[in-house]
Design a protein around this ligand. Sequence first.
Ligand code: BGC
Length: 827
Amino acid sequence: MTAPADHPDQTDVTDLVGRLDLATKVRLLTGATSFTLHGEDSIGLAPMAFSDGPTGVRGLKFTGGDHVALFPNATLLASAWSEDTAHEVGEMLAEEAERQQIHVVLGPTINLHRSPLGGRLFEAYSEDPLLTGRLAAAYVRGMQAKDIGACLKHLVANESETLRNYMNSVVSEEALREVYLLPFEIAVEDSNPWSIMAAYNDVNGVAATEQDHVNNEVVKGEWGWTGLLMSDWFATKTSAPAALGGLDLVMPGPDGPWGEALVRDVESGAVPESVIDEHVCRLLRLAERVGALGAHRSWPTDSTAPDAPVRRGQLRRLATDGMVVLRNEGGVLPLTGEGTVALVGRHALETVCMGGGSAQVNPPYEVSIAEGLRAALGNRLTVVDGVEVRERALPAPATAIRDPFTGEPGLHVEHVDAAGVVMLAEHSPESQVTTGWDDSLPRPTQQLRLSALLAAGGPVRLGCSGTGRWQISLDGTEVASVDLAPEGADPGESMLKPPVWTTDVEAAQGSLVEAVLTIVRSEPKPGPDGTLSTLSDAIASGMGIKALVVAPVPAPADRTIAAAVEAVRSADLAIVAVGLTPEQETEATDKSTLALPGQQDELVHAVAAAAARTVVVVNSATPVLMPWADEVDAILVVGLPGQEGGHAVADALLGIREPTGRLVTSWPTADGAAPAWDVEPRDLRLEYTDGTFIGYRGFHAGHAPAPAHWLGAGEGYGSWAYESAEVVGSGPAPTVRVRVRNTAARDSREVVQVYLQPADQDQPVRLVGWTGVQVAAGESAEVEVPTDARLWRRWDTEAAGWGTLNPGGSLLVARGLGDVRATLALD
Ligand code: BGC
């Protein structure tokens, strides 16, 4: 693959750098705000704006920003196994960025699914480096064709979240090259991304932001990459080591470890000025590429709104395409004909359409599964709530509260400074507010006053979330006065998982809730390595998310399950929606189990026993345990399906569009039954002992019991006969030609996958190519699957270079390695 022709660099950036003095140059190398950079008029540099994230462009505000389109999550998009899909997503995200005048989108996330416990897997594509790299490259090409920069993240070996600011991923050079760097290498080679983000963690004892080996030697050196390397937010800990270690830009700003310290390092000779010049050149090259240097780009005025019909249609189609049919006994799916349907489960009513953390956006609406199926089935549908699925109380949904001043859903918020002056009083459509971060207030908020009217009365769970001293009152009577301290061993965790406090009260509809938060500065908490991160310091000064909690008091699980059983008994079919929540699928923390939270398994067992037929919809991005799998008729995995989620689920269930997804990660049978499991660093070290045997590679080698479902598995609504398979062509990476027949009565899409089992005993099986094909009912098609030469190499540690595999071995044509359809011996 050759990279697309790059944007022509019209300006001699070296010449521009030569016109700046040292202090000016260094100033450019730290952000100006949370998500913007400094401009420099003297050389025609406009301030650039960056925004998260991989599946939706949030804008410049961490919470409470404008409405933007919420895409299906990364695993769901990847499950289509389609570079065309990834390309289209890149283009759509670029349009979302243009609408908001954002120059660089902070995605795609291309870390791998190593342990299924990783909290952030929902944001990344797969456990496979080829699938990840190729999809990332297509996404980048789609985005950058519109002159919006992409940012591959997080370089490198950032596969879990626990103690991410302090932990050290210990990875062999072989595993780095063949597995963890490979998606970056593929994307750099095939799409020339204009920026990359260095991770929080250390790699083999050196911070990713200071990794001379990875950043300078490999990425900028061997691969000849010309883009800008920025740090993850608050990840940079040093001045000279980071500047010398290949980092070009510290984010966020305005403060950080560079600034005057880096100027001094240059003056003392610790950092040559040429190193600074090189960083600035890369920054200016990025600016040139995104139209922020010289003649500035013009932004479109006729952008597609996030809720425009065309966008809705795209998001709905993309979500359905990635959904995976894991079981379909007796062809119960797609649902046809008449009959009544009982839909059960908290995820039916509160469908989880996105994961947590920095990938979150503020969508114009989210269609729940209940709403989607109601629109499709009308009064054939009955909906029953399920068991509680959350451990921590959530910020109040906007519909649970009304602004006492405007009457709109949401709350009234006042930011007060240390002198008692109200700096900002406004309506907030959300019940959460961020203080000390990306606000544009003149002075720090000292007190935050939240007020709202309750939309419903009865037993209410009332509370607050966020660090500081809270006083909560109901209709003028104090309910509580509580001090909440930051939690979490890692500052990222403290920020994204603020402390929560709740109490249950009896309240009337329309009661006034007032929550006053006084910010208390605590001592910054040093990390387990004894260092203080700039983020810890910010958190200690009160920065973070603050929210009002209002929720109905949950009903006991046995009562909920009994009501569900009652409802499904009288229906022709039961659909149970189960899943994870952003408590598990989020940034800065990992999971500890793959079991569904709450008593969801009990609910499914009970429904399956009572219903005539049961379909389970799994609303999670990543593997869950399904102890009831054999008791139900069908299982559809719907990922975190974005704002059109419920409609997309209805389309998939009813076969209005085929759910063509194939798993992007193997699903273990039990907790611990995976080639890599533990995500708790020991003495801050996390050893990647699985080496190159990640995911299905390790399962296939017998390093763990066979998974319940392999990467690449997924039935769709077709049925496939593989009529022939042969290796065609010679050379280092031959093509495989396969004839497949769709033996089903419906048109369908197949994903023909080819894996290489090398002759070398120490080498794992690996995906080397795939091709998707749409085939009409009863018809056959000849499919060519080119294999990727980059998977036919092995890293030779002794020679410190790429070597070749031994001749021989075989190619496996498979629908996931649990269903191998042909084995082709290689000479
Ligand atoms: C995440 C990045 C994200 C950044 C900015 C960090 O916490 O790790 O992926 O781009 O925040 O929000």
